[in-house]
Design a binder for this molecule. Structure first.
Ligand code: 6PG
Length: 471
């Protein structure tokens, strides 16, 4: 009997939690996963009796109301293609597959095209918020055919997080728009996480703050201009004790300093390089994960470059306040870079994105949610600005907070403490706001060694000169 509103393939934590969220909101969901344990867990802990699990894909498909809507929450990459391949013979024209994983946008475009002649619809939808978000309200970034979106818009609005009473979901644009926006969300996430890690290093190494003091500082920051999910969880992290050790050690101190990644940050940087949009904070955050992964090389090299004692800050509170300004400044710059990339991708890839909408749906549920997104939404409200840097309110904020970041970077560099993402954010700002850059010299060098020609400030055209001095 075809009685279920939706199907979910992939009943791991994210898939299961999303099913429960849909179930809470009155939608009946059939689940499928080849792993019996996952199927049992889904049914055993289901909050209502509108959820069930099937062990055969054909029974699962037959249990769905037509035209069918099937959500996928399976690992990005080959598995998605495999699941589509298995589903294809079982589905009919107008059935809709929604990939809710972190798929690469290029794969999403390919899948839409590959399914086009079957009449099966395919949408790429970004879902952010981790386990908690999936269960109680994620931020949802849908993209794809606008003519089929009406089949899921009410369900998505019901299960999404709410910010100021508005659901954190909005149809974003054509083709792979949803997965592209989610990818950039993750790029921003990488940037913000790296910046917070650098602020922690400065406070720890120069400020000499204990973990208990870190907790206080980040908690306080979370009540002010830095209010955000990532600052909130950072404050929490400093309170957790290591249960394994049987000692009173703080857990954060026994975590290895090697950060892993699944690839969305790299994809963001690659796409930005191709579109020629500078996003140096995000690039640096990706690169910093590589530095962190070179742990044994770092330990070996460290012996040759031992540094002396770091001179502690003269005034601890002053340092804390400056780091707060530095982080705020760099956070604004990180969003700026992500949004400029989105605007350019929208133009080149034909997504039709509305940046204000994106800022609004990121205000709740997702990993990069922050109070500042409200400012961004306002900056783009019914305006077609090309960069957040031109928004009047943002100009004032960046001016206010730039002395802090400059001081913190100087202090850190003098003490030999790496602050690559903070430095990337001020360099981006200084490069952007300078009407003149020394690229005239690069043009002269190119023309010198390769006759690549150059343009002049005082007349139109391209020119070539003989640059080498006669000897
Ligand atoms: C989210 C997260 C989620 C995932 C990251 C982790 O929005 O809910 O971004 O998608 O936790 O992709 O990425 P890395 O493993 O690459 O750090």
């Amino acid at each position: 009997m075809a009685t279920y509103d939706y199907g979910m393939i992939g009943l791991g934590t994210m898939g299961r939690n999303l099913v429960y969220n849909m179930s809470d909101n009155g939608f009946s969901v059939a689940g499928y996963d080849p792993d019996a344990k996952q199927r049992d867990t889904l049914v055993k802990n289901a909050p209502h009796d509108n959820v069930s699990a099937f062990d055969m894909q054909k029974d699962f498909v037959a249990a769905l109301k037509a035209p069918r809507t099937i959500l996928l929450l399976v690992p990005a990459g080959k598995v998605v293609d495999q699941v589509i391949g298995e589903l294809k013979p079982l589905l009919s024209k107008d059935d809709l597959i929604i990939d809710c994983g972190n798929s690469h946008y290029i794969d999403t475009d390919r899948r839409i095209e590959e399914l086009a002649n079957t009449g099966i619809q395919f949408m790429g939808v970004g879902v952010s918020g981790g386990e908690e978000g999936a269960r109680f309200g994620p931020s949802i970034m849908p993209g794809g055919n606008p003519d089929v979106y009406h089949r899921v818009d009410k369900m998505f609005a019901a299960i999404a997080a709410k910010a100021d009473g508005e659901p954190c979901v909005k149809y974003l644009g054509n083709k792979s728009a949803g997965h592209y926006v989610k990818m950039v969300h993750n790029g921003i996430e990488y940037g913000l996480m790296q910046l917070i890690a650098e602020s922690y290093n400065v406070l720890k190494t120069i400020g000499g703050l204990s973990n208990a003091e870190m907790h206080e500082v980040y908690s306080k920051w979370n009540e002010g201009k830095l209010k955000s999910f990532l600052i909130e969880i950072t404050a929490d992290i400093f309170t957790v004790k290591d249960s394994d050790a049987g000692t009173q050690k703080d857990l954060v101190d026994v975590v290895m300093d090697t950060a892993h990644q699944k690839g969305t940050g790299i994809w963001t940087s690659k796409s930005a390089m191709e579109l020629q949009i500078p996003i140096p904070v995000i690039d640096t955050a990706v690169t910093s994960r590589y530095y962190s992964a070179m742990r044994s090389a770092r330990l070996a090299i460290a012996k040759s470059y031992e540094q002396g004692e770091v001179k502690p800050a003269d005034n601890k509170q002053e340092l804390i306040d400056k780091v707060e300004d530095a982080l705020y400044f760099a956070m604004i710059i990180t969003y700026t870079q992500g949004l400029e990339l989105l605007a350019e991708a929208s133009k080149k890839q034909g997504y039709g994105l509305n940046i204000e909408d994106i800022a609004r749906i990121w205000r709740g549920g997702c990993i990069i949610r922050s109070a500042f997104l409200e400012n961004i939404a306002r900056a783009y409200e019914s305006k077609d600005i090309t960069t957040l840097l031109s928004d009047k309110a943002t100009v004032a904020l960046l001016k206010d907070n730039s002395p802090g970041i400059r001081d913190v970077i100087c202090h850190a560099v003098n003490a030999g403490i790496p602050v690559p993402a903070l430095s990337a954010s001020i360099s981006y700002f200084d490069s952007y706001r300078n009407g003149w850059l020394p690229a005239n010299l690069i043009q002269a060098q190119r023309d010198y060694f390769g006759a690549h020609t150059y343009e002049r400030l005082d007349k139109e055209g391209t020119f070539h000169s003989i640059w080498h001095s006669k000897k």
